[in-house]
Every structure is written in structure tokens, then in C-alpha cells.
Design a protein around this ligand. Structure first.
Ligand code: DC
Length: 216
């Protein structure tokens, strides 16, 4: 039987996690799990249902009736493809807000662990190497300067036709970083045994090749 392994890719918004994780998954022919998309899908559902996420009873009911899964790169929220609806700046902030709530993390972490238990995966997020798969065989922590990260996110958003400015994207990103690194429950942090890669002046191919050379 083939050996199952996990590759954990953590880092702040715009550090290149999802682009690199996708490239690795393709190269290694394993599944890619975008855990940020799961927090985004849940944040989106909170808004759609008009739920107060800080009301424990309402939140519990919503969590109990929510299923998030992936199918060929699409994010499925209760069976419906929401991939095209969860990348807006508003949903980014809602994802960051709901990801600070312990009950939300408990549920999504459990789903993520189940997804990576029976098959090899590359999973990206904020707590993969520290909480979801602390025993992952390979752990990387991607970073880049905030200006470079905002530049990448700005290019991504404008390519999709979103109306925004670089300054707005940078401001949102710094705010989200602060929220993600200072929250009480499992804040974004590099696992002690993760390899840090500063991608500020590296292109996608260089980062992918570097990581592949470490995986061997
Ligand atoms: O990676 P992303 O920008 O799509 O993530 C959206 C938000 O979800 C991010 O601001 C923090 C949260 N998140 C998290 O707390 N833990 C993860 N494993 C992934 C994302």
C-alpha cells in the first residue's frame, strides 16, 4: 500500500499559499485542501442567513446544519458550489471574524482532519502545521512583505473585476493579519518544525521547485 502523507502550508494572506499548494498538488498528484475556503464558506453562510455569530445558540444551530466539502477544486457549501462567491473583501473579513470563534474552529478542524486522514493531501491555512496535522511529514511557513502580499491580492481581485484600490487591499490585509495573529484561539503562528520560506522576491515556480526539492 502507498504511504499516506500530509504537506502543511501555513502563512498570512497573500503569502502565496494557495497558488503554491495547488501547484504542489498537481505535481505530486494528490488532493489540495484550501482550509481558508472553508472559513470563507462559513462566513458567507452567516451573512446569507443573517445569523449573529456571537449568539452561541444561533451559532451552534448553524454549525450543526452546515456541511463543507470540495469537489474537483470547487468549494461546496451544503452541496452548492460557492467558489465564485467567497473571494470578496467582505467575505474575507467575515471568514477572519468567524475563524476567531473556538466552536467554529473545532468543527472545521475536525472536517479537515477527516479529509487528510485517508489520502495524501497538501493543505493550506493558518494552523495546519500546529493544530490540524501537528505530525505532518512536511511543514512550510510562507511569508512575504505586506506590500508584496497586497500587490498580489490586488492583482487577483482586479483580474476578477472587483472594484478596489491597492491602498484598500493593503489596509484590509494588515487588519486581517492583526486579527489572525492576535486572536485567542490558535492564532497564526509558525510551527517550530516548519521551514520558513520568504517568497517576497521569488516567483511561483521558484517557490514550488524549492519546496519540491525539500520533499524529495
Ligand atoms: O487563506 P484565506 O485568506 O482564504 O483565509 C480566510 C480567513 O480564514 C483568514 O483571514 C483566517 C481564516 N483561516 C484560519 O483561521 N485558519 C485556517 N486554517 C485558514 C483560514
Amino acid at each position: 500500500m502507498e504511504k499516506i502523507y500530509q504537506i502543511a502550508i501555513d502563512g498570512p494572506a497573500g503569502s502565496g499559499k494557495s497558488t503554491i499548494a495547488k501547484a504542489l498538488a498537481k505535481e505530486l498528484d494528490i488532493d489540495y485542501i484550501d482550509t481558508g475556503a472553508m472559513y470563507r464558506a462559513f462566513g458567507y453562510k452567516i451573512r446569507e442567513k443573517g445569523i449573529d455569530m456571537h449568539n452561541p445558540a444561533e451559532l451552534r444551530e448553524l454549525l450543526d446544519s452546515t456541511d463543507i466539502d470540495f469537489d474537483h477544486g470547487k468549494t461546496l457549501l451544503d452541496g452548492t458550489d460557492v467558489s465564485g462567491l467567497i473571494r470578496t473583501p467582505e467575505v474575507s473579513m467575515l471568514a477572519s471574524d468567524c475563524s476567531a470563534i473556538a466552536e467554529v474552529r473545532q468543527k472545521l478542524v475536525k472536517l479537515q482532519q477527516a479529509m487528510g486522514e485517508t489520502k495524501s493531501v497538501v493543505m493550506d491555512g493558518r494552523d495546519i502545521g500546529t493544530v490540524v496535522f501537528p505530525n505532518a511529514q512536511y511543514k512550510f511557513f510562507l511569508t512575504a512583505s505586506s506590500e508584496e502580499r497586497a500587490r498580489r491580492r490586488f492583482a487577483e481581485l482586479t483580474a476578477k473585476g472587483e472594484k478596489t484600490t491597492f491602498e484598500e487591499v493593503l489596509e484590509d490585509m494588515v487588519k486581517r493579519d492583526t486579527q489572525d495573529t492576535t486572536r485567542k484561539v490558535t492564532p497564526l503562528r509558525k510551527a517550530d518544525d516548519a521551514l520558513e520560506v520568504d517568497t517576497t522576491s521569488m516567483n511561483i515556480e521558484q517557490v514550488t521547485d524549492f519546496i519540491l526539492s525539500r520533499i524529495g
